[in-house]
Design a protein around this ligand. Structure first.
Ligand code: NCD
Length: 331
């Protein structure tokens, strides 16, 4: 694996499978009465959040703590950033505290790349969402959730090393994944498109023409304007939040019109194949892109995604910060 996790495109198929296999082993830790491993004892993980977050921030914090790392949580609100301190100065301050990993969420696309490329930290940089660009750990937890439902033999053999060996059922080869909604503003969609393609899945992005980005033809996906046409073959459907806070114009006539054409309701859900699952990265606009009935239905794996998120982030931190020293030993 590369030193940093900035883009889902940084991961080869073997890297991605390795993260997913490691997460599968670590998921067991969450089911124990004592949910802690000593793996990152003495290491420091800094969570640097310049943009609001509930799930992702808590998830990274839980992941780092379950691996026994020291965790420093930094949120821009209430810090010197609101006095105009730059990313560089903030990063240098944190570096002085000896961060082994910096988990960063920022409203500017590219901020994590800048942090990594400029050498403002010696630690591994993990992109926890940058602007409308990427959110690689979300894509990993989504892939993990899909794999556990759609690939029957995905569970690692008991005692098998989490390794890059691959094999049948370890990726998402041949699965049809439909991602629906506000692709234009979604870092989740871009990271998922890249990762799912790497894992061998066929990705279809469904959105109104106004909510597909320029250059979508260069993404490794198919596109469609019709949700109704994309349901019957889908093994998984991922609904995206309509990101009102990033919209500076009117992208569709009305909320009602949007839901009518692009919302997932029970009627549409019933047209999915029996085995198909429904995902949403959260936070949801219930009644807009997804109805409450669907969100709370038996096909919805939305709560499971959150649980899996902790295991996947444990795996990422372990492989980036703690894993390298074990590599040579195990080889
Ligand atoms: C997503 C995000 O922040 O990019 N949420 C998340 O990380 N769970 C998606 C969104 O905000 O709609």
């Amino acid at each position: 694996m590369k030193k940093h996790l900035l883009s889902a495109g940084d991961l080869t198929r073997d890297d991605a499978v390795r993260v997913l296999d490691t997460a599968a082993e670590l998921l067991g830790v969450a089911q124990r009465p004592i949910k802690k491993l000593p793996t990152l004892r003495g290491r420091t993980v800094v969570n640097l959040f310049f943009e609001d977050s509930t799930r992702t921030r808590i998830s990274f914090e839980a992941a780092a703590k379950r691996l026994s790392a020291d965790v420093i949580n930094f949120s821009a609100k209430g810090s010197s950033v609101s006095k105009g301190e730059s990313l560089k100065d903030t990063a240098l301050t944190l570096q002085a505290m000896g961060a082994d990993a910096v988990v960063i969420r920022h409203h500017f696309s590219g901020a994590p790349h800048r942090l990594a490329a400029a050498g403002w930290t010696n630690g591994a940089v993990v992109n926890a969402g940058d602007g409308t660009h990427e959110h690689p750990t979300q894509a990993l937890l989504d892939a993990f959730t899909m794999r556990s439902h759609l690939m029957a033999d995905a569970a690692p053999e008991p005692g098998a090393p989490a390794g890059p060996s691959g094999g049948m059922g370890r990726d998402l080869a041949g699965k049809n994944i439909t991602i629906v909604g506000d692709v234009l503003h979604s870092r989740v969609a871009r990271s998922n498109a890249l990762l799912l393609h790497t894992l061998g899945a066929n990705v279809t992005l469904v959105a109104p023409p106004t909510l597909l980005p320029v250059g979508i033809d260069t993404w490794p996906v198919e596109t469609s304007y019709s949700l109704d046409d994309s349901l019957e073959k889908a093994d998984a459907v991922m609904m995206l939040r309509v990101q009102h806070e990033r919209m500076n114009a009117s992208y569709f006539p009305s909320a009602r019109e949007y839901s009518r054409r692009y919302g997932l309701d029970t009627t549409r859900m019933n047209r999915l194949p029996d085995h198909a699952i429904v995902l949403h990265p959260g936070p949801m606009n219930r009644g807009m892109e997804i109805t409450a009935d669907v969100a709370d239905s038996g096909r919805s794996v939305i709560v499971e995604q959150v649980t899996n998120g902790v295991a996947v982030r444990m795996a990422v931190l372990y492989l980036l910060v703690g894993g390298s020293t074990n590599d040579e030993g195990e080889a």
